[in-house]
Design a protein around this ligand. Structure first.
Ligand SMILES: *[C@@H]1O[C@H](CO)[C@@H](O)[C@H](O)[C@H]1NC(C)=O
Ligand SMILES: *[C@@H]1O[C@H](CO)[C@@H](O)[C@H](O)[C@H]1NC(C)=O
Ligand SMILES: *[C@@H]1O[C@H](CO)[C@@H](O)[C@H](O)[C@H]1NC(C)=O
Ligand SMILES: *[C@@H]1O[C@H](CO)[C@@H](O)[C@H](O)[C@H]1NC(C)=O
Ligand SMILES: *[C@@H]1O[C@H](CO)[C@@H](O)[C@H](O)[C@H]1NC(C)=O
Ligand SMILES: *[C@@H]1O[C@H](CO)[C@@H](O)[C@H](O)[C@H]1NC(C)=O
Length: 643
């Protein structure tokens, strides 16, 4: 689509305003229409859009130095985490930024009384018509339809901003973002490898090679049972599209925990934006395995410490990739938008406009949800480079939000994905690799497709291993479950970002891999520059993990099984620090990469995809299993020594 670089027809007033003289420059562009979306017809000029302009934050360029200051073991300020207020103050946009954007809008005919600012002063928001938005952003709004599920979006192919405003803006919504609400129905539990086990089993009744229980994990990773029930070190588990079925917990506790967890033990339940409706006493098809796995494995490791369970979203908005944001909103007021709702075309809107008001009808929850020292997130992913999903600026901004949690002492762990070097989010892509120009995921694509958010360098990304033989002595290898159908193979997600640069904590580890073990697929297959963020950071067992779901025993797999296991061990390490009067560790990666010897290096296996064998698990860090799996006995003295 072509449009004039000059903004012409603006609302009547303010002919002499300088903004009108300012040339519009391209800000974001999506090349073509992504797979399964079709561009239908122009939007009605009078339709009202909730317009949000993300203001460029101050000091973001210092993000890396701030986080190293509190998270690098060699920093004198290690562990001196920031308060939420400090975070808000340091990053809130410069007044000039707000003024430039507001003055431009006002000069362009948007009455000042229509504008509002988010609490953290990070967003300017107003309701405007399609016509206004088309003029402001020198663009055209079109209806796009998802050909499989009939979902609609109003979106643009590209938009521009006046030159003097552009430097103050991260991005504008709704514009080029296309994926969002319910793109495609999820398969059960997002595709984790799942096997129903013989029933009647208990701890130790099957070899670890067949069923991973907490006993197996203790042998493998050499960690003790939790000791204290002290409040304040609950492990945070966030669930988006999966709901906890209460009656399974006591069944799991009885058969699979040691010491046995009392039957009436329940997570602290934090309902975010309608999550309460998900507190199920009946079980629904297609829900619950993930939540059962996460909560049960976390409990078996951390008890008597508690589990804080964040149920995010109301079960109607759940498929939105923007759901990450409602979680961040609830944890961090400064990320929260203007009263009443995120942008409904990408972020779920509350009150939920979908499904005839069956969704959550309260306001968006802004701040106030308790933070946990360790947060384990499930596997919801999107393709880093599928520009229909989450454009560059959006990913960068959200990555900085995870960084802000790290500054406040929170460890955020994320599953690296279950599709090796490919990426499965948004099924409908049997292949999920990128086309050669790395613009889109394409059924015939051959380029590796790193996923968001694990490409973000401020997250600890967790890959998956499995036992080689029947007992823990046999050791671990990268997980390998070859395909039994079109797209259901399971390999540890890993690779190199095309968006985020190599963080310095990782530089020598990645260099070692590149010098000795990089495959020679060439730059058309993955980012071979040696300057890109590599993931995962670490790994843990992610196959045949004992889980009781709907009163039956399953062996569940997925990097989303590995993540709560790893997060549980970090919670035990924090417990030991708290017991000697120290604080939680916060952002983990700088410490981990300085101590590779504290991990069991995984050197067998690979993560195939996109018509290749993927990468190999190799000595040292590798983009399949990262630094390897944890050895608590070796990590403990390191953690205790840190200030
Ligand atoms: C727990 O163990 C008992 C005794 O072996 C068995 O009858 C029961 O089926 C087991 N429950 C689950 C959920 O595996
Ligand atoms: C459901 O939520 C209520 C209120 O928060 C709580 O009392 C109850 O224990 C929860 N039930 C389950 C099964 O988690
Ligand atoms: C849960 O188990 C019951 C009893 O075995 C069964 O009837 C029901 O279909 C199961 N629910 C799901 C969602 O599989
Ligand atoms: C992918 O290849 C198939 C044949 O193998 C072809 O029919 C299809 O059009 C191709 N799709 C794209 C997006 O190029
Ligand atoms: C593991 O044990 C099962 C029986 O419990 C046996 O069938 C299988 O061969 C064993 N596998 C290995 C690798 O030893
Ligand atoms: C590879 O990563 C670097 C560092 O982030 C980036 O500058 C470069 O554009 C990436 N290359 C490709 C082809 O995406």
């Amino acid at each position: 689509m072509l449009f004039s670089a000059l903004l012409v027809a603006l609302a009547s007033s303010a002919i002499s305003a300088p903004s009108l003289l300012s040339r519009h420059v391209l800000h974001e562009k999506r090349d073509g229409t992504p797979h399964l979306w079709e561009k239908r017809h122009r939007a009605t000029p009078s339709q009202v859009l909730p317009i949000r302009i993300g203001l460029r934050q101050r000091n973001i360029e210092n993000a890396e130095s701030y986080i190293y200051d509190v998270a690098d073991p060699d920093s004198p300020n290690f562990g001196k985490h920031w308060t939420a207020e400090e975070v808000a103050n340091v990053f809130s946009p410069h007044p000039d930024t707000k003024n430039a954007v507001v003055n431009w809008l006002v000069d362009s005919g948007v009455d000042r009384s229509r504008l509002s600012l988010s609490k953290g002063h990070n967003w300017v928001q107003f309701d405007g018509t399609v016509e206004e938005a088309e003029n402001l952003f020198a663009t055209e709004y079109w209806h796009f339809e998802h050909v499989e599920n009939g979902g609609h979006r109003l979106a643009v192919d590209a938009y521009s901003l006046p030159e003097h405003v552009q430097k103050h803006v991260d991005f504008v919504m709704p514009t080029v973002q296309l994926d969002g609400l319910k793109p495609v129905a999820n398969t059960i539990h997002g595709g984790d490898a799942l096997a129903k086990m013989p029933q009647g089993e208990t701890l130790g009744s099957l070899p670890c090679g067949q069923l991973i229980t907490v006993e197996c994990l203790r042998k493998l990773y050499k960690f003790p049972a939790g000791k204290t029930a002290a409040a304040g070190n609950e492990i945070g588990i966030a669930e988006w599209a999966d709901y906890l079925y209460g009656p399974d917990l006591p069944l799991f506790f009885k058969n699979f925990t040691d010491p046995e967890i009392p039957a009436d033990t329940k997570p602290e339940f934090i309902a975010i934006d309608g999550g309460l409706t998900a507190n199920l006493t009946t079980i629904a098809i297609g829900s619950g395995v993930e939540a059962a796995l996460d909560v049960q494995s976390a409990y078996s490791i951390v008890h008597p410490q508690g589990v804080r369970y964040y149920q995010v979203g109301d079960g109607i908005n759940v498929d939105s990739v923007g759901t990450f944001n409602i979680f961040l909103d609830a944890l961090d007021e400064s990320y929260c938008t203007y009263e009443g709702g995120d942008q409904p075309y990408v972020d779920p809107a509350y009150p939920d406009p979908n499904d005839n008001n069956l969704g959550y009808q309260g306001p968006l929850q802004c701040g106030g949800a308790p933070k946990s020292n360790v947060i384990s997130d499930d596997e919801t992913h999107t393709d880093e480079k599928n520009q229909g999903a989450l454009p560059y600026f959006y990913q960068v901004r959200q990555c900085h939000e995870w960084m802000k949690l790290g500054l406040q002492g929170v460890s955020v762990l994320y599953a690296s994905g279950d599709s090796g070097v490919a990426n499965r989010y948004n099924s409908g892509y049997p292949n999920s690799c990128l086309n050669a120009d790395q613009l889109f995921v394409d059924n015939n694509g051959t380029r590796f497709s790193p996923s968001f958010p694990v490409n973000c360098p401020y997250i600890t990304s967790v890959g998956a291993t499995t036992l080689i033989g029947n007992d823990t002595e046999s050791g671990e290898r990268a997980v390998s479950v070859p395909s039994t159908g079109p797209a259901n193979a399971y390999y540890s997600g890993g690779g190199f970002s095309n968006i985020f640069p190599l963080p310095s904590y990782q530089a020598s580890a990645v260099q070692h891999f590149n010098e000795h073990y990089a495959p020679n697929y060439g730059p058309n297959v993955y980012n071979t520059s040696g300057k890109a963020r590599g993931f995962p950071d670490v790994a843990a067992i992610g196959l045949s993990v004992a889980t009781v779901w709907n009163a039956s025993l399953y062996g569940v797999g997925g990097t989303s099984a590995s993540t709560p296991i790893f997060a549980g061990i970090v919670t035990l390490l924090n417990e030991a620090r708290i017991a000697i009067g120290k604080g939680p560790i916060g952002f983990l990666n700088p410490t981990f990469y300085k101590h590779p010897q504290a991990f069991n290096d995984i050197t067998i296996g690979n993560n195939p995809g996109c018509g290749t064998d993927g990468f190999n698990a190799t000595p040292g860090w590798d983009p399949v299993t990262g630094l390897g799996t944890p050895n608590y006995e070796k990590l403990l003295p390191i953690f205790l020594d840190l200030p």
